[in-house]
Design a protein around this ligand. Structure first.
Ligand code: DLZ
Length: 175
């Protein structure tokens, strides 16, 4: 077993999806459903996701965005979007669900986080449409702003955009 040792004062990190694999999004149709709660965080994540989609070649007219009040509404709205796309003969290749849940003083956060996580997994298994999990489960708003790339940091929304293009492309290959 090869053991990697970081030089003194440095640490190795394998966090994140690794280097971005390039997939061509020019023919893909991507949906985004975002919750409006904690909208400072959401707006940045949404911008990051759109930036990545465009960078991967997804056309503006093939990016459809809907909003819902809060994260709890995401699974049903994503289901509706996936089904509506199929019915209209313009199926979505992937849908990104974006929400930011911030822990409060009651058990509310735990219940919603659990329900939404399971709900979104169920949607993609049931519909066959890849659902990208853009739900941040946060201990405070500052964690969310950091993950949304405020102050020039890494914006997780970009990862979700690229993940949507990768899964959308792969799903086409799977048939
Ligand atoms: C009610 C609520 C609370 C307290 N906190 C959040 C939150 O941090 N993030 C979020 O996306 N939504 C929150 N909501 C709203 C619920 O998700 C949902 O919209 C309402 O309970 C109505 O179903």
């Amino acid at each position: 077993i090869l053991k990697m040792v970081a030089p003194r004062g440095m640490s190795f990190s394998s966090k994140g999806p690794g280097s971005v694999l390039r997939f061509d999004g020019k023919d893909l149709r991507i949906g985004i459903v975002n919750a409006r709660w904690n909208n400072d965080i959401i707006d940045l994540l949404l911008a990051g996701a759109k930036k990545a989609l465009k960078d991967a070649g997804v056309k503006d007219e093939n990016i459809v965005i809907q909003t819902v009040p809060g994260s709890y509404e995401l699974p049903l709205a994503v289901t509706g979007m996936a089904n509506a796309g199929k019915t209209a003969g313009a199926p979505f290749d992937a849908i990104i669900a974006i929400g930011a849940l911030i822990k409060g003083h009651t058990m509310h956060f735990e219940y919603i986080a659990d329900a939404v996580s399971h709900g979104l997994m169920r949607v993609q298994i049931d519909t066959g449409c890849p659902v990208i999990f853009g739900l941040l489960t946060l201990l405070n708003a500052a964690q969310g702003m950091e993950r949304a790339g405020a102050d020039g940091g890494h914006n997780h929304g970009e990862d979700w955009g690229y993940a949507a293009v990768e899964l959308g492309s792969k799903r086409r290959a799977w048939g």
